[in-house]
Design a protein around this ligand. Structure first.
Ligand code: NAD
Length: 458
């Protein structure tokens, strides 16, 4: 099919490349000319595993083009709206400017029979509003809402073989026509048995924000348990293992740590609270405020733990922060808990050096006041404390013996609960973690307790 993808950020660039991989003729459109130039030249503008290779492959087939002009959407049968929906400055609600502007400029390029497909995460009610505008301006076209569930770090895989498709479509003939068009686009994944659910617009929009709210709640739940573990002397990693053995609960998203961040979860739950309020469901989502508060509290907690770790004052302490991205295998630093903690430590007088395999450049743009060192060994040199805040594989593979040869003092805080606490303590490290017992006699050479059987699942 002939497809346009409007907005070539994390979602749109991956979507455009993957649609071309599936055999469609695709034009990716973005108002950011620098982005378009880079993509056109075969350079992915952000780090996403597998994307650069796939981008070059599909550019070579001639099926993928990029443009900064919306008029190049003309001729496409399907138009995917993938522009950003950030949080409004100083408010919880979504900034709808980009969706509204992109939609308005697309109207001139539409032709009878076209399907406009929203993929951006939007406040419930947006699709109905845009469908009304479409009916007025281009009566022979149809709108569908097809929310996206890709995970950064797995975006290519998730786009080529997602776990589900949700189509929000209108009733009757136009709905059947939009469904048929989407089925054709996603034919290969559907043939392999990917589940597909047809819904009305509002339900389709809600699926996305409800899913993100649930995941955020699960993370904040285990982080709340970590707070209790901290005061009760219990171990949240063992608690999570035990909870995860219950199939009704499941083990995923139960890793206590410094909490969630990124360009989706935090702003999506806040936008959902704001939208429910606007619609009159004032009390329905008050629990999400608590979910957000627990999450933000983790960052404060880590600053306090670091202060304790280095002996009571952060002033002049050389702190090395391992990780800037909001998650591993990404260079996305939007609302990154790691960077937020690094900035707070800096404000408290610490000398902070941030390292990350991919995200130091992006981080530098957001927090130019911090010191960045892409090389891990150099970053750790003469540190008074190491803080593991993004669980990149290379940080998980660090050994206490190797790190001891670089740092000035053997202090470490594991903000993601991924290191072997007993091994580090046995090697003489003052080791702190979130929701795990602090043993002041931790460096006395005791072996791991017997109940730590096998490797914790993730
Ligand atoms: P992003 O900021 O990386 O990309 C948005 C892009 O839209 C930018 O390149 C911007 O220049 C472009 N844009 C803005 N106005 C435009 C216009 N008028 N015409 C053409 N392009 C325009 O954002 P993102 O992370 O890709 O997110 C996009 C949407 O997808 C959001 O609603 C987000 O919530 C949702 N989403 C994102 C992810 C993710 O993992 N990033 C996953 C699922 C859903």
């Amino acid at each position: 099919m002939r497809i346009s993808v409007i907005g070539c950020g994390y979602l749109g660039a991956v979507h455009a490349v993957c649609m071309a991989k599936l055999g469609h003729d695709v034009v990716g459109i973005d108002i950011d000319e620098r982005k378009i130039e880079a993509l056109h030249a075969g350079r992915a503008v952000f780090y996403e595993p597998g994307l650069p290779e796939l981008l070059r492959e599909v550019l070579g087939t001639g099926r993928l083009k990029f443009s900064s002009s919306m008029s190049d959407a003309k001729g496409a049968q399907l138009h995917f709206l993938c522009v950003g929906t950030p949080q409004q400055e100083g408010k919880y609600a979504t900034d709808m400017r980009y969706v509204d502007e992109a939609f308005a400029s697309l109207l001139d390029s539409l032709e009878p029979g076209n399907v406009v497909v929203g993929k951006s995460t939007v406040p419930v009610g947006t699709a109905a509003r845009l469908a009304d505008a479409l009916a007025e301006r281009s009566p022979d076209t149809v709108l569908a809402w097809n929310p996206e569930f890709l995970r950064e770090g797995f975006a290519v895989k998730d786009t080529l073989s997602p776990d589900r498709f949700i189509y929000g479509v209108p009733d009757g003939e136009p709905g059947a026509w939009a469904t048929a068009a989407l089925d054709e686009v996603y034919a290969s994944a559907l043939a392999l048995g990917t589940r597909r659910l047809i819904a009305d617009y509002a339900t389709a929009e809600l699926v996305k924000v409800a899913a993100n709210s649930f995941l955020a709640t699960k993370i904040s739940f285990i982080n709340a348990m970590a707070e209790v573990c901290d005061v009760a002397g219990a171990d949240v990693t063992v608690l999570a293992e035990a909870l995860g053995m219950d199939d009704r609960i499941g083990r995923r998203y139960l890793n206590a740590g410094i909490g969630f961040g990124g360009g989706c979860l935090p702003k999506d739950i806040r936008a959902f609270i704001a939208r429910a309020d606007e619609l009159g469901a004032h009390q329905a989502l008050t629990f999400l405020r608590e979910v957000d508060d627990i999450n933000v509290r983790r960052r404060v907690r880590v600053v306090e733990l670091t202060r304790t770790l280095v002996g009571g004052s952060l002033l002049g302490q050389r702190i090395t922060v391992l990780g800037a991205a909001f998650k591993p295998d990404s260079d996305d630093v939007r609302d990154s808990p790691a960077l937020s903690i690094a900035a707070q430590l800096h404000l408290n007088g610490a000398e902070v050096t941030v390292t990350d395999p991919r995200a130091t450049l992006a981080a530098q743009v957001r927090f130019p006041e911090l010191t960045y060192e892409p090389n891990l060994e150099t970053a750790m040199l003469r540190a008074d404390a190491l803080l593991l805040l993004t669980e990149w594989r290379e940080y998980q593979a660090l050994t206490p013996e190797f790190a001891a040869g670089l740092v000035r003092r053997r202090n470490i805080l594991d903000g993601r609960n991924v290191l072997d606490l007993h091994r580090w303590r046995l090697a003489g490290w003052n080791f702190r973690a979130i929701g795990r017992p602090y043993d002041s006699a931790s460096t006395d050479g005791r072996a791991a307790p017997k109940w730590v059987a096998g490797k914790p699942g993730k």
